[in-house]
Design a protein around this ligand. Structure first.
Ligand code: NAP
Ligand code: NAD
Length: 325
């Protein structure tokens, strides 16, 4: 099986694989088998979330692999995330505790605040997950919970040992700076959208200065958003595929790799972790095998010139026309 480099989380000293497997849009009925297959092909890091609705099944897949002796719990690194409706301190603690039980692995390696947006909780939506919408259809209801309350909940979970590391997702430098003014436990990781159309150089430099590791998601740019329902507002359909971009194809041919491998290697050479998801076994293997070759610095810089500052996953669309009252 393919080996992936281990990075060190500065605040805890814990090791984390640089390449992992993302669980967004993995159907719960497929998740256990897919995760089990991913472990067989060499994946050790899994990126989940309450929002993805497949934590219990993903945990089952990992437990099967452990039971069969393919891996130990210590070799596995599980990331999961707090959903926006659970930002209140007590709710965050009880949701995380429940999520930890669903994974069934004793503890969570990394727990992230999914978005810097607090939404009102609808108790009737606890069983069937409803994403951003209070009524499951169109109502976005904001809640007046400051991030500080949520961060303190994560620190409490960290102190109890439920989660080994804590971090944030979809935050910008300004929002992280605020957390750093009161954090007793600093964020270990920032997870952000990152691809050649969204290079985020300042944010990456800021995180480097602060000793915060960065995971890039949607490494293939528009690709992931093409499979979403038409109700999800995104510019993906009107953006040229990175798999067809002349520069990416030129480099694929130069280095003898696929376009997907060039995109993932560009991110990993920039020091990021990546968490590509694929339902297909061949691609799963291909996406893990992206650290055994190096591109020239000049080629990395040429890829970064594709930058358009383009977000496909922009939470702002949910807030337009909904002032906080
Ligand atoms: P992704 O993993 O970047 O892309 C998945 C898509 O790319 C699928 O359509 C997949 O199709 C295709 N694909 C995968 N490998 C490929 C390859 N080598 N060549 C060509 N196409 C390939 O998408 P993502 O889910 O947006 O991002 C990855 C992970 O990041 C997610 O699973 C999630 O864990 C995390 N994430 C986090 C956030 C956040 O807010 N924090 C947001 C988005 C994502 P097939 O399955 O058919 O191969
Ligand atoms: P991605 O860029 O990894 O995938 C894009 C698309 O490419 C997918 O639809 C996949 O089917 C397709 N694909 C995969 N391998 C391929 C291949 N070899 N050839 C052709 N197509 C291929 O995007 P993503 O799913 O958006 O992100 C990956 C992970 O990031 C997610 O699973 C999730 O874990 C995480 N994520 C986190 C957040 C967050 O807010 N924290 C948001 C989005 C994603």
């Amino acid at each position: 099986t393919t080996q992936t480099p281990l990075l060190t989380i500065p605040s805890s000293g814990q090791k984390v694989p640089q390449v992992g497997f993302g669980l967004w849009k993995v159907a719960p009925e497929q998740a256990a088998d897919l995760v089990y297959e991913a472990i067989k092909s060499g994946y050790r890091l899994f990126d989940g979330a309450y929002d993805y609705g497949n934590e219990k099944e993903a945990g089952e897949g990992i437990r099967r692999a452990i039971k069969e002796g393919l891996v130990t719990r210590e070799e596995i690194f599980v990331t999961t995330k707090l959903w926006n409706t659970c930002h209140q301190k007590d709710r965050a603690i009880s949701m995380a505790t429940k999520q930890n039980e669903e994974w069934g692995l004793g503890y969570i390696d990394l727990f992230l605040i999914h978005f810097p947006v607090a939404l009102e909780y609808n108790p009737e939506c606890t069983r069937v997950f409803k994403g951003w919408y209070y009524d499951g259809e169109s109502q976005v209801r904001l809640e007046k919970t400051p991030i500080r309350d949520t961060w303190e909940a994560l620190e409490e979970l960290h102190a109890r040992g439920v989660v080994k590391n804590i971090g944030i997702s979809n935050f910008n430098s300004q929002a992280i700076l605020d957390i750093l003014t009161y954090a007793k436990v600093k964020p270990s990781m920032l997870q952000i959208e990152h691809h050649p159309y969204l290079v985020q150089q300042n944010l990456l430099d800021f995180c480097k200065d602060e000793g915060i590791l960065v995971t890039g998601y949607s490494s293939f740019g528009p690709q992931s958003f093409l499979e979403l329902p038409p109700s999800f507002p995104t510019k993906a359909a009107h953006t040229p595929s990175l798999f067809q971009a002349p520069l990416i194809l030129e480099l694929a041919s130069k280095y003898g790799k696929t376009a997907g491998q060039i995109l993932l290697r560009w991110a990993t050479q920039r020091g990021l972790l990546v968490i590509p998801k694929s339902n297909r076994k061949e691609r799963m293997a291909e996406n893990l095998d992206v650290t055994a070759f190096d591109m020239d610095r000049a080629d990395l810089a040429r890829i970064a010139e594709l930058d358009m500052g383009l977000h496909f996953n922009d939470p702002g669309v949910y807030l337009v026309g909904r002032p906080l009252r």
